[in-house]
Design a protein around this ligand. Structure first.
Ligand SMILES: *[C@@H]1O[C@H](CO)[C@@H](O)[C@H](O)[C@H]1NC(C)=O
Ligand SMILES: *[C@@H]1O[C@H](CO)[C@@H](O)[C@H](O)[C@H]1NC(C)=O
Ligand SMILES: *[C@@H]1O[C@H](CO)[C@@H](O)[C@H](O)[C@H]1NC(C)=O
Length: 481
């Protein structure tokens, strides 16, 4: 610890602190500086749902620094180390938000698509949507985010396959988009950035999807169309469940042999509601953590589908919902120093060779002859796209949250700030053991040149109590962005 402190003090004086860019090694995310395997402790971040991305009004979830500062401060309290953002505008500047999340010790998982026409694959007729302007858009997202050290990876597709029917059409196209993205990154980024797929947890097609994307065509070592990561949006743990009843045990058996990192790109079933989040103990416990690399809770803000941890009001104020405190308390039961301190195995794993026999479900695509890049795309891969907005980490300067934030019981949280972490530090939940605290931030420095080294302790003891408020709404289903 002392050794690290000395190093970071020197580093911080001369440059803006940054999280360490993670690498994929075998089935793990690995921090190359510490050699530790990384567990995603994530939250989906898309205020306004898909409408939060509005290119006509230059709006997306990472384009307003004041909003990101508020939310990063809240996520620091919660213990988050990764955000997943679905729909972004590649023509906007995301420097302030990306820099805030970087300083707060958080990585970003970025989807390259959007629900707008021409900005994602059509599941049923993917050939009608795979053309230059679409692929160019995915490359523009790469250009925009490739310069951020806290970029964890890109999703080339989200739930494009949701049943055998779309499993018949979409797989070769998703794999082709993955290939194009990886070739673009290879030519135009200065580090390897993982690219993978975020699957719907539809058990008929889950195994086939995983195998279709993780396999290597003709056993080729550097098959550029192979996914680097495989994630699933899973809602099978509901209420007071357990490792077996939730069928998490089946997922662990299924993915035991994975050649790429597997994690939940969404989880958090909300029937019953409010949630109790007992799956946290399972996800980061020993039954799962050697196979899974954590997960992303769905989702930060309350939207129509009722999965929010906080309510964002029109005036920019925020009300914490009971799920926020419940989740925080579940994280606090675990020792995240230990969870994040497991040495990576260092093993590379030979992926299965793609073959018809790898695909089990009748009707799921088993053809590994991929569509060639559409006309014009190879030129973009070779020369780069025309107009680009390249992001970079900037000095943020101001860490204070200006909006009103109310706790579950209505008390106003005072002195809320983002606390910039030292170089290489990631945000961790405050464990109950180390747990006592120092008020809500007023004793903390907001000076970037004085990095904090201790785990976060921003939560006052009173606020750690599980709120008694019971939400009155009952969700009956969900639409994912
Ligand atoms: C590619 O994307 C950039 C940035 O959005 C845009 O300016 C350019 O016109 C696009 N090119 C094509 C061929 O779609
Ligand atoms: C781990 O698995 C065992 C066997 O299925 C189960 O009894 C136990 O509750 C699980 N532990 C957690 C934390 O889920
Ligand atoms: C596999 O897909 C390719 C490209 O779409 C096509 O030319 C070929 O006929 C397909 N093979 C089979 C066996 O269907």
């Amino acid at each position: 610890m002392l050794f690290r402190a000395a190093l970071t003090a020197i580093g911080a004086a001369t440059s803006v602190a940054a999280v360490t860019s993670l690498e994929v090694q075998g089935s793990q995310f690995v921090n190359p500086k510490t050699g530790d395997a990384f567990q995603v402790v994530g939250v989906a971040y898309q205020i306004g749902g898909s409408a939060g991305y509005d290119p006509v009004h230059n709006k997306d979830p990472l384009s307003n620094g004041d909003i990101c500062r508020r939310d990063a401060a809240l996520m620091q309290m919660l213990g988050i180390n990764t955000i997943r953002v679905y729909n972004l505008d590649p023509n906007l500047n995301h420097d302030e938000c990306a820099s805030i999340f970087n300083a707060a010790g958080m990585y970003m998982l970025i989807d390259v698509n959007s629900p707008l026409v021409g900005e994602s694959l059509n599941s049923f007729e993917p050939w009608t949507s795979y053309y230059e302007a679409y692929v160019n858009r995915t490359f523009a997202i790469v250009e925009n985010f490739k310069g951020y050290p806290n970029l964890l990876g890109f999703f080339s597709g989200n739930e494009v396959i949701d049943a055998v029917k779309t499993g018949a059409t979409a797989p070769p196209y998703i794999r082709a988009v993955t290939r194009d993205l990886k070739n673009y990154i290879k030519n135009h980024a200065d580090r390897e950035i993982p690219v993978g797929y975020s699957a719907a947890d539809v058990r008929d097609v889950l195994e086939d999807s995983w195998n279709y994307f993780q396999c290597s065509i003709e056993g080729e070592k550097d098959d550029m169309s192979r996914a680097d990561i495989f994630a699933l949006n899973s809602y099978s743990w509901c209420g007071d469940s357990n490792f077996h009843d939730s069928s998490y045990d089946q997922l662990v058996s299924l993915f035991k042999t994975t050649s790429v990192p597997v994690f939940y790109s969404e989880f958090g079933c909300n029937t019953p509601s409010p949630r109790i989040f007992t799956e946290i103990g399972a996800i980061y416990g020993s039954n799962m953590s050697s196979v899974f690399s954590g997960g992303v809770v769905y989702e930060f803000s309350q939207e129509d589908n009722d999965y929010g941890l906080v309510q964002v009001n029109d005036d920019g104020s925020v009300d914490l919902l009971s799920d926020f405190r419940t989740l925080q308390n579940q994280y606090a039961k675990l020792d995240f120093e230990a969870v994040q301190g497991v040495k990576a195995t260092g093993k590379s794993i030979t992926p299965p060779t793609c073959s018809e026999s790898l695909i089990k479900e009748d009707g799921f695509n088993n053809n590994f002859t991929l569509p060639v890049p559409p006309p014009g795309v190879q030129k973009l891969i070779d020369n780069g796209i025309g107009k680009k907005v390249n992001g970079k980490i900037i000095d943020v300067g101001d860490w204070k949250v200006t909006q009103t934030v109310n706790d579950v019981d209505g008390t106003k949280l005072t002195n809320l700030v983002v606390k910039p972490l030292a170089d290489g530090e990631i945000n961790n939940p405050t464990s109950t053991e180390s747990g006592s605290s120092s008020g809500s931030g007023n004793s903390e420095t907001s000076d970037n040149a004085s990095p904090r080294l201790a785990p976060l302790s921003s939560i006052s003891a009173a606020l750690l109590a599980v709120p008694a408020i019971v939400a009155t709404s009952f969700a009956i289903g969900f639409t994912l962005v």
